[in-house]
Write a protein that binds this ligand. Structure first.
Ligand code: OGA
Ligand code: MN
Length: 289
């Protein structure tokens, strides 16, 4: 196989991959090259792939074990072949667009907060693979921000302040903050909060990155208001518009992002318009401890 080509779209990260047909089974050398590319680019964009659910699984599975994510709480019924296929659409099991007060829409809107997938569990998600199937006439883009670059822009004083700090991440925090409080005790117990250092390091490159986003809600040893303000300040600085890569979807586009080193969010769209994407994610088993 000819080696895939990478074309940088964002400032410090996010590249388009060309010269590679991911609908076919790939050899281990190619998977290894993409894995190495993820360590460098953190977000890879494959345009108009023609992938289906089967192909999406085969491709993602070559990078690791798959995550089930928030589905364990929502217990949402699926339209898909695999349990690990996460339905990021505004469409119900009957295939129709759901009304704005449907349970599912909370998830769509919570995804419009900057976040990293499954940081509320151990292991968290490593890579997410998001495949676009139906796009909207306006909005509905997905944005990404590089948390290595965000870390590197911090002042020495701020780095010193963050050293050794541990944040608590909670699955329901972003949803509760949107006024969605309809969770019973069993659902609340499904994901006990987990701790992650605010500053982590990529195991292969050693790069320092900020691990923040909508699931982080407390910092050990700090009052809640002080922690929330620090988290909000870090997030604001890390996601300044000039550092963000915004992707306007074509049908068939697939994006892989590294949930360790990037944050992402969906952008608003007209909820009455059909928007369909499927996601699968691998687990970050190396940092399960
Ligand atoms: C996701 C996600 C955002 C979007 O799939 O994990 O956050 O734009 N998606 O749908
Ligand atoms: Mn997400």
């Amino acid at each position: 196989m000819t080696p895939p080509q990478f074309e940088r779209l964002g400032g410090t990260f996010a590249s388009r991959v060309t010269d590679l047909d991911i609908t076919r089974p790939l050899d281990t050398g190619t998977i290894g090259a993409l894995d190495a590319a993820m360590a460098e680019h953190a977000v890879l964009i494959f345009e108009r792939t023609g992938l289906d659910e089967e192909g999406l699984h085969r491709f993602a599975r070559s990078f690791g074990e798959l995550d089930i994510g928030f589905k364990r709480v929502s217990r949402a019924p699926t339209r898909f072949k695999y349990d690990e296929t996460l339905d990021m659409s505004n469409v119900g099991v009957d295939g129709a667009v759901v009304p704005p007060d449907h349970r599912k829409i909370v998830g769509n809107i919570a995804n419009q907060l900057w976040h990293t997938d499954s940081s509320f569990q151990k292991p968290a998600a490593k890579y997410s693979f998001l495949l676009s199937e139906v796009t909207t006439s306006w909005g509905g883009e997905t944005e990404f921000a590089d948390m290595r670059a965000a870390h590197d822009r911090l002042s020495v004083r701020t780095r010193e302040r963050l050293a050794g700090l541990i944040a608590e991440h909670d699955a329901l925090h972003s949803r509760l903050s949107l006024g969605d409080t309809h969770y019973d005790e069993a659902q609340r117990q499904t994901f006990p909060p987990v701790d992650w250092p605010l500053v982590r390091h990529h195991p292969d490159t050693g790069a320092a990155y900020l691990y923040i986003g909508a699931h982080a809600h407390r910092i050990h040893g700090m009052t809640v208001p002080e922690a929330r303000m620090l988290l909000m300040d870090l997030l604001e600085e890390a996601t300044r518009a000039e550092y963000v890569y915004r992707h306007a979807w074509n049908v068939g586009d697939l994006i892989i992002w590294d949930n360790r080193t990037t944050l992402h969010r969906g952008r608003a769209f007209d909820l009455s318009e059909r928007r369909e994407l499927k996601r699968v994610s691998t687990l970050d088993e190396a940092s399960a401890a």
